[in-house]
Write a protein that binds this ligand. Structure first.
Ligand code: UDX
Length: 432
């Protein structure tokens, strides 16, 4: 969706193919089916200019274009391995459509797929259904997607790099030219390699990012045991080492979202299939699952038994600026608290509707952060939304029964909040 809107916004005639009729209708009328900053404005603009069309039929999209980007979902199976059903069915339909098409067509896989998938599944499926040959009648490339939710448009318009995995030189050249034209004088580095290396880049990038997060969370948990040590100061200092870098060293409640955990699980399962035990990735994933429990332990350390305690949780989405709650650490924390018998009041600026589908009536939903705090025994900040940063110590102390604030995302200054409240934070050692 974001790629299509960005291509159309740079005056490429673009057809967005969405099989879900309801979603397609939403998009056609300028309404994105999910929240993403700046997307709605850009979508409306591209629809008004006629540069973006929405179709529900792959055949129509393939016959009326010369490059097809495949961005279907690759969810996890119950054993963590990757489910390639949508890749296979869309490849088959693209193949069928190509059977009746004259001239060259390039197929680019953007979905995250395990190394070897484009060559061993996509290529033979398209070849079988089309009766054509990859590298001769049609081109094949794999370009991993690195955009982040919440800054998807910005990331698409100025990415750190473009990675092109190519089946043959012509396929790579066509895609390379498209991006040189798209980015003009502001082209990011464009790296070219074979299909499987490009597929590997995506998993290795995400695995590294998760390793960085679990690493800093482990140091943070250790900081909590040492008097007056603060992970934020530690991360700032180690992050200035250019070999390390400050990004992705924000300690907290763990990582979540639709990609990082799913991709790490798929990477682990892929490694094991090859007879290799990926100890680091497994440790990163296990540790991340435990970090939600760690935050609950912090609450228990202060309050004792949580049964019957009223706890406010601020933030439900897996990160700010999105309504996405998939694999959200906040939901993991809430489930742990419910197991302990706590009563929960929750609030999120955007994600309540999606969270309700998971949490149902097991929690109470507040209409604002301030309302969420009323008459509670403890507040846990699980997502670092901008509006939470503006809450003052008085906002907590005046409304809560017992003003205990657990800062799971390190958004408050311990010097200020620690003076006025019982303030506990991930990665903050005891003051005395
Ligand atoms: C991620 C990758 O960054 C992106 O390249 C890939 O294409 C998709 O997956 P996204 O899931 O949108 O993007 O979010 P990201 O910003 O990476 O954050 C993921 C999770 O890690 C969030 O839960 C976030 O809170 C957490 N995180 C991130 C930390 O806990 N600490 C950090 O320092 C950074």
């Amino acid at each position: 969706m974001v790629s299509a809107v960005c291509f159309a916004n740079r005056r490429h005639d673009t057809i967005l193919c969405e099989r879900d009729l309801e979603k397609a209708e939403f998009i056609r009328t300028g309404r994105p089916p999910f929240f993403e900053p700046n997307l709605e404005g850009l979508l409306r603009k591209t629809i008004d200019t006629g540069k973006l069309q929405v179709s529900t039929r792959i055949n129509n999209a393939v016959l009326n274009s010369w490059i097809t980007f495949v961005a279907v979902g690759t969810p996890s199976k119950s054993d963590g391995s990757i489910d390639l059903t949508s890749i296979e069915t869309s490849s088959a339909e693209i193949g069928e459509s190509l059977r009746g098409k004259e001239g060259y067509h390039l197929v680019v896989i953007r979905s995250t797929v395990t190394p070897g998938t484009t060559e061993n599944l996509v290529k033979p499926t398209i070849e079988k259904q089309s009766g054509k040959k990859a590298g001769e009648d049609f081109g094949l490339a794999m370009q991993p997607e690195f955009l982040r939710e919440g800054s998807a448009i910005e990331d698409t318009l100025s990415p750190d790099r473009i990675v092109i995995g190519e089946y043959d030189k012509r396929s790579g050249d066509v895609l390379h030219r498209l991006y040189l034209d798209f980015y003009k004088d502001e082209s990011p580095p464009i790296l070219r390699m074979n299909l499987a290396s490009a597929e590997m880049v995506k998993y290795a990038s995400n695995a590294f990012l998760t390793t960085k997060i679990s690493f800093i969370n482990q140091v943070a948990n250790l900081c909590e045991k040492v008097k007056a040590v603060d992970i934020v100061k530690v991360a700032d200092a180690i992050g200035l080492d250019e070999r390390i870098g400050r990004k992705f060293l924000n300690a907290g409640v763990g990582f979540g979202g639709s990609c990082l955990g799913k991709d790490l699980r798929a990477f682990i399962s892929f490694s094991r299939l090859l007879g290799y035990t990926p100890d680091i990735f497994e440790a990163v994933l296990d540790f991340n699952e435990k970090q939600a429990r760690h935050v609950v332990d912090l609450a228990e350390g202060e309050l004792g038994c949580l049964k019957g305690r009223v706890i406010a949780v601020l933030g439900l989405s897996f990160k700010p600026n999105t309504d996405d709650v998939r694999d959200s650490p906040s939901i993991r924390i809430i489930n742990e608290l419910l197991k302990e018998g706590a009563s929960l009041v929750v609030y999120d600026p955007r994600a309540i509707e999606n969270a309700r589908l998971i949490l149902g009536e097991n929690v109470r939903y507040a209409d604002s952060a301030l309302e969420c705090l009323s008459d509670t025994d403890c507040c846990i900040v699980a997502t670092e939304w901008g509006e939470f940063r503006r809450l003052s110590p008085q906002d907590f102390s005046e409304r809560m029964r017992k003003p205990l604030l657990i800062d799971g995302r390190r958004i408050f200054d311990p010097e200020v909040y620690g003076k006025n409240l019982r303030y506990i934070a991930v990665g903050l050692g005891p003051s005395r």
